[in-house]
Design a protein. Structure first.
Length: 564
């Protein structure tokens, strides 16, 4: 963690609203202490709303303490890594903070990942215990890993147990065929059993120090295997504090109502929804999954004030046939992150909802924080905001010299600040490659900065596609396609997509004597090899693929064809 020394005359300071300090107000607390503080300040205020049930801050704090005690009885403590494989439900909040309160480390898992990626993460992260729920989309996959990986224990929640009417909720899920039966296995315990105690956990002060690991958040790479970004208590707590400083004149403590529909395993959701919301005494309205109608109903009926989203969500709301039937005037802050926000989409949503969409930029390695759009401002077209308090950004030459670029010139965006990760888990080589000699993290994004400190990201140095806010790495897709017996060569690029931002397109050549696969046949072949977010959406078969003079496959020509 680097505390950046931002120059007092940094150009972006002139765009900070009055009342927003240039330096963040950092608490220095462990991540889970945010909840304890809020429970002391707003004990009776609703912290979570899920399936019609309100859970107060005091009750949530007690549930987290009981989870911590239960986890400790399962062997969790300093150095023990606990995986979370969960939908958007109270289980995620309780387990996340419970693991940290027990002294352990959280490892987040995505249900979008292919099985071999999940298996890699379990082994690489040294995950011993996994918390999941009794849904067919979650439980069966994890049950299988009890025999094929180092995973030794499953804690399984019932998706209905925190609802206002558990019997009705369970009946609806059963009728929809979504529930999975718990296996009769000593290695499987219920979430209810985990919480069956008085909350008498043992505190481990050494595990709460700012530089101690709190979360392993995996991010992909162009070389295939995902890398675990080591986010410390200091990184994550500072990120929440930095965001609180940036939005000091926008949000009110103890008053906001947040629509929480972002996937809970994403760093954007963890910091902006959960931790920032709980830090500020907000009520989080948790939805299992994003549904346009349900989101619109919640905004109108619950008078939602804050809506963190990704561009695809905004696009889905605008496309909903009954949009005009809902009142959205309670919204005072809509934030878009995870992927570039098209200007047209931003303007259309503002017109429909009467709320300007603020764009920000961040990465897994920066605990989701980097830039924000100040209150009262509409960012220039194409800009993703100015640096948040406590962050220093610089742009260096792409020639490898490390020389800082003058204002307005493109180069690689580099960032320093207390929110920047400690490094990559077990990857000292990758950590060293990602840092400048001065300690700035090299983002891999090509950007430029204007005279007011607004940042414009125009390309990526890394071969990466962003689909609906998720990082998708062509190398992973190409390796899976190469396993098809008919494929001779393959190149995958991201092509523009009005809904997702980008989608993967594969260009292939066919081996002599083999039959050309159709798109649907290729998708069927890739189904067990790729996550849903990685699946190709188009396929072109060619006689040959573009190559460099030395024979290396070249994507430059393919990107030129699709207008990138």
């Amino acid at each position: 963690m680097m505390n950046s020394a931002v120059a007092p005359d940094a150009p972006w300071f002139r765009n900070y609203p009055e009342g927003v300090p240039h330096q963040p107000e950092l608490s220095g607390h462990a991540v889970h202490q945010m909840l304890a503080q809020s429970a002391g300040r707003w004990p009776d205020r609703s912290a979570l709303n899920f399936m019609g049930r309100n859970i107060s801050y005091q009750e949530l704090d007690q549930l987290v303490s009981r989870a911590a005690a239960g986890l400790q009885r399962q062997g969790v403590g300093p150095g023990v890594h606990v995986g979370l494989y969960l939908p958007n439900s109270p289980h995620g909040v309780i387990a996340f903070l419970g693991v940290l309160r027990a002294g352990g480390v959280v490892v987040n898992y995505s249900p979008l990942d292919a099985e071999r990626i999940l298996e890699h993460k379990i082994g690489d992260s040294e995950t011993d215990i996994m918390v999941t729920v009794d849904l067919k989309a979650f439980l069966p996959r994890m049950t299988g890993f009890l025999d094929s990986s180092r995973l030794g224990k499953l804690v399984v929640g019932s998706v209905d147990e925190f609802s206002a009417d558990p019997a009705a909720a369970r009946s609806a899920l059963e009728q929809a065929g979504e529930l999975a039966e718990l296996p009769d296995d000593d290695r499987v315990m219920s979430f209810a059993a985990l919480l069956d105690n008085e909350g008498d956990f043992l505190r481990h002060p050494e595990s709460e120090e700012p530089d101690r690991l709190a979360v392993l958040q995996y991010t992909g790479g162009t070389t295939g295997a995902p890398k675990g970004a080591m986010l410390t208590h200091g990184n994550i707590a500072c990120a929440a504090d930095q965001l609180g400083t940036a939005l000091k004149t926008t949000v009110s403590s103890g008053e906001e109502r947040v629509l929480a529909v972002l996937p809970p395993f994403h760093i954007y959701s963890i910091v902006v929804n959960m931790l920032f919301g709980l830090r500020n005494g907000a009520t989080l309205y948790l939805h299992f999954r994003f549904d346009p109608r349900e989101a619109l109903e919640a905004i109108q009926e619950e008078k939602i004030t804050v809506f963190p989203a990704v561009p695809t969500m905004l696009s889905a709301l605008l496309a909903y046939p009954g949009l005009g039937d809902y009142r959205l005037d309670s919204l005072k802050l809509c934030n878009s992150g995870g992927a570039p926000l098209p200007v047209e989409l931003q303007q259309r949503f503002q017109k429909a909802a009467g709320c300007n969409v603020k764009e920000g930029w961040g990465m897994t390695e920066t605990a989701a924080l980097g830039t924000f759009t100040p209150e009262g401002m509409v960012a220039p077209a194409g800009a993703c905001g100015v640096p948040v308090p406590g962050v220093d950004l610089k742009i260096i030459n792409l020639d490898g010299s490390g020389r800082e670029q003058p204002q307005g010139e493109r180069g690689e965006l580099c960032i320093a600040g207390p929110n920047v990760m400690k490094g990559y888990w077990k990857r000292e080589d990758a950590t060293a490659e990602s840092m400048t000699p001065e300690g700035y993290f090299r983002t891999g994004d090509v950007a430029w900065m204007d005279e007011g400190g607004f940042v414009y990201i125009v390309d990526r140095t890394k071969d990466m596609i962003i689909c609906s806010g998720y990082n998708v790495y062509p190398r992973n897709i190409e390796e899976a396609i190469y396993e098809h017996p008919a494929v001779a060569e393959v190149s995958v690029i991201g092509v523009p997509d009005e809904y997702r931002g980008q989608t993967p397109r594969a260009y292939i050549t066919i081996r002599d004597g083999e039959q050309e696969p159709t798109l649907e046949e290729m998708k069927a072949f890739l189904k067990t090899r790729l996550g849903k977010h990685e699946m190709i959406h188009s396929l072109e078969i060619r006689d040959e693929l573009p190559k460099t003079p030395v024979g290396k496959l070249s994507k430059k020509e393919l990107y030129a064809e699709v207008g990138r």
